[in-house]
Design a protein around this ligand. Sequence first.
Ligand code: R5P
Length: 281
Amino acid sequence: MIIVSGSASKSLSKTLAHEMGVKLANVESRRFPDDECYVRIHDNLDGEEVIVVQTSYPDEKIIELFLLQDAVREFKVEKLVTVIPYYGYARQDKKFNEGEPISAKTLARLISLSSDSLFTVDIHEEKIMDWFDIPSKNISGMPQLGVYLKNLEPDIIIAPDKGAQDLAKIVAEVVDCDWDYLEKIRIDGENVEMKAKNLSVSGKKVAIVDDIIATGGTIVRATEHLRSQGAKEVYAACTHGLFAKNALPRLQGVCHEVISTDTIENEASVVSVAKEVAKAL
Ligand code: R5P
């Protein structure tokens, strides 16, 4: 077994290789002068079971993923398993308006073309898993976030909306504390509001957990809401830290700590999903 890492998932691939006790292939990935992608695998993969690990974000990493899958297929491999730590385009999981594509489905179809199976982490919508033409599994990053948060000793775990309540439940079970959820109303892509809801957070240490932090609007509003009800400390944790539009420093200004996993690698990714991925593989 050998891991082929894409450039978006180098750190996670290294941790995963260590966790599984398998080799990391020597992969070259660079850009041509016109910015097209070039990849080359400097190991002979004949007869190997190969795990390609690459987050499908931002767009250029998707092309790199396809090229890596095909580079692997050029060898006579035993099996090709694709791990997509953060599955980009998952939030366009339906036609919101006539004339739109279902982007999450488009990507699922294309990824399935060159792979024997697929693993991803905390996919935004579980139904997307049915759109792969190959066996697929969605892994939860929440248990590992729970292990990290337990050390911070929060009194309560809060989901910023009802849709994320299952995530809060998993984390609260690991931390061994209470959980609840806020009621979010999305105004547009960047703006959300929180419906008034009384929570027992006064004087408490609170950790908000969500699958994705994108612009950070959700966490900012949730933090304001919790503070207005007397929360003493507010932490924000997510699986996928997209941190669009400079969201990370903005959030670090309002929360005690911002935590994400290594499905998207950045300075907040202090929790690794490698253990859970290794277990699933
Ligand atoms: C939405 O359903 C997701 O779970 C996240 O709450 C959302 O993507 C966060 O977006 P933002 O950080 O832009 O508010």
